[in-house]
Structures are given as C-alpha cells and as structure tokens.
Write a protein that binds this ligand. Structure first.
Ligand code: URA
Length: 210
C-alpha cells in the first residue's frame, strides 16, 4: 500500500500559515486563521469522498445531481487543539457526526495519555476526518487512529496544519492506509517535541492559556 501525504500547495494556505505562525498574531486572529486554513485543507481532504446520484429538478428541467451523505462522515477532533478546527469542517459538512478523542502528552515521556473518548455510534459505517493541528512526534495521533480503528471506522483521513517528517513516518509506519492532508511539512522537532519552525503550542495559542 502506498501511504499518501498531501501537502497543500496553495498561495492562500501559505499566506494564512505565515500569519498563523507569527508570534504577534492575537488569540482572536489565530482562531480565525485556524478556521480558514481548515476549510482550505478540508477541500483537499474530502476530494475522494463517496458521492451518490440523485434526481433533482432545476427551474428548467430534470437532471441527475451529486450528493455526499453528511451523516456518513464522522469528524473527530483530538482534544484540545483539534477542537479549533471543528467549526471549519462543520460549516462545510453540517450533518457530519462528531466524536471527541481526549489525549494529552506527558511532557517528559512525550507519550499520549487518554482521558476521554466519545465516538459516534455506528462509526463502522463512517468515513472519519481526524483533526489534529500539530502532527509532531505522532504518538498521540497514532493512538487516536488506533482508537478510531478499534471502533471499526471504514476509512480515516487526518487533517493537520503542520507536520514533522518524524510524525509522518511514525503514523504511516503503523497506519499506511491513513491519508494525511497537511498545510506544511516543517523541518523537524526540537528537544521538547515541538515542531520547528512551527507555531508554538496550538492549544495555548487557540485558547489564550499562556
Ligand atoms: N503540539 C503543539 O501544539 N505544538 C507543537 O509544536 C507540537 C505539539
């Protein structure tokens, strides 16, 4: 199986990402930019969703149109920073089901600790869009993917704002079937497991906690 990583190469994405990274960007603006970037990435991530044909009538005649079924899509943000990406996706797919995966990383071991998981019923029949703004070590993302797979989901697409090469290797080493859509693959990780040049702690910047 060929593991797929899509780095979205677009002037709007580059422009907004530059603003997002900037240390002088306010919390309010940061949230707004995360929302906008998520919309742009979602466009790419949803390109291969299954469609169905439906008969409709325009004011002029009958025709066959296409629909995706929102109720067959589950959007799963990884708490807490992934929640900052949720509104963007739901504005495009308002009928999507939502699941939450609560993981934090132990700052010493960098290993994920699970504290809350609530996935939609019947997730086995859903395509999952997993939201994790920072694919850093990949430890918590891989753990979240395991949770969703254990619940039986039929496909998983991961949407991230930034990724490290190490994080991609880690996730695809265990889960080559997961399509990764990312705004930018950065240089790497620092000694604390932060993506560099990165944007800092996405959760703190989204919620103004530091
Ligand atoms: N989580 C973040 O919020 N930022 C990083 O750089 C790495 C993990």
């Amino acid at each position: 199986m060929t593991a797929v990583v899509i780095e979205v190469d677009h002037p709007l994405v580059r422009h907004k990402l530059g603003l997002l990274r900037d240390v002088t960007t306010t919390t309010h603006m940061f949230r707004h930019l995360v929302n906008e970037l998520t919309l742009l990435l979602a466009y790419e991530a949803t390109k291969t969703l299954a469609e169905e044909e439906v008969e409709i009538e325009t004011p002029l005649e009958q025709m066959v149109a296409h629909r995706i079924s929102g109720t067959k899509i589950a959007v799963c943000p990884i708490l807490r920073a992934g929640v900052g990406m949720l509104d963007g996706i739901l504005s495009l797919i308002p009928d999507a089901r939502v699941g939450f995966i609560g993981l934090y990383r132990d700052e010493e071991t960098l290993q994920p600790i699970e504290y809350y998981v609530k996935l939609p019923e019947g997730i086995a029949h859903h395509d999952v869009l997993l939201l994790d703004p920072m694919l850093a070590t990949g430890n918590s993302t891989a753990a979240a993917i395991e949770k969703v797979k254990a619940a039986g989901s039929r496909s998983i697409r991961l949407i991230a704002l930034l990724a490290s090469p190490e994080g991609i290797v880690r996730v695809h080493g265990e889960h080559p079937d997961v399509v990764i859509v990312v705004a930018k693959i950065d240089r790497g990780l620092n000694e604390k497991g932060y993506i560099v040049p990165g944007l800092g702690d996405a959760g703190d910047r989204l919620y103004g906690t530091k």
